[in-house]
Ligand binder design. Sequence first.
Ligand code: HMN
Length: 293
Amino acid sequence: YANLQGIIPALITPYGADGKISDPVTRQLVRHLIAQGASGFYLSGSTGEGFMQTIEERQYLLEIVMDEVKKEVPVIAHVGAMDTDTAVRLTRHAHDTGATAVSAVTPFYYKHGSEQIKRHYIDIAEAADIPLIAYHFPDMTGSKQSADFYRELSRVEGIIGLKFTSTNVYEMQQIMDVCGEDFLVFNGPDEICLAGLTMGAVGAIGSTYNIMPAKFAELYKLFRQGKIAEARAIQYEVNRVIHELLKYDFIAFEREILRLQGIDTGVPRKPIQQLTDAQRADIYETAKRFSFL
Ligand code: HMN
């Protein structure tokens, strides 16, 4: 899985004016991001609004991206769902479409015991011959599994890694320590991308790589060259933008920045924040200030 590394945008899902997934804009966005240094794509995660889409929509998006990307870069399909059957169905489809890997958040809303959650992951891993990347996102799912839990998962055939979305890099390191070197951990929070890489993450999957792919690709390159001070300077720079972003719903903010960059991905699905004209004007000022335009 040597190609699973680097800066991987958790893709914003492009919608047309009718609110449906847009084939041409998806292709435009994916092309643009590859040209800017994206190392792969992560589809239908939190950023991609996967949980606000039908199974058919999630499948359709993957088909478009696979067709456009044509194995140039790896594509990870997020297949996470509240129920195992949906995740399994999406996994089989991802396999048939030729995706590189699937990924799944721990099932949310209901408070399942860790044995059930483990079973959920094993069922996904057994559903098709496609690698699985588990997804630790306690803030969003309310499900916080231990390093021991992930150690057990890492011993399951087909489970190759973890997307770790928490700023607690100590916990990340503890997981890596017990899962072994072959277990691929991806950093989640973009604002600590460099910290996650320093601790041993092989790459980073995140939302702001939709709007600042080149900056993060540079940070990653510098990190790999051991130029930590230079990489840190970029992390500081992008964090000034993230500081502005966090005043909004990140999906609404990123869609607006993309629109200003000439890629109209439409508006997020409700109840995600719908920007007012005043908010758009404010984001426009931010975009100018940070030379997005
Ligand atoms: C996804 O599943 O779409 C993401 O990759 C989630 C991702 O880790 C984002 N986390 C959250 O939104 C909480 C980050 O990219 C985040 O948006 C960014 O670090 C700004 O806070």
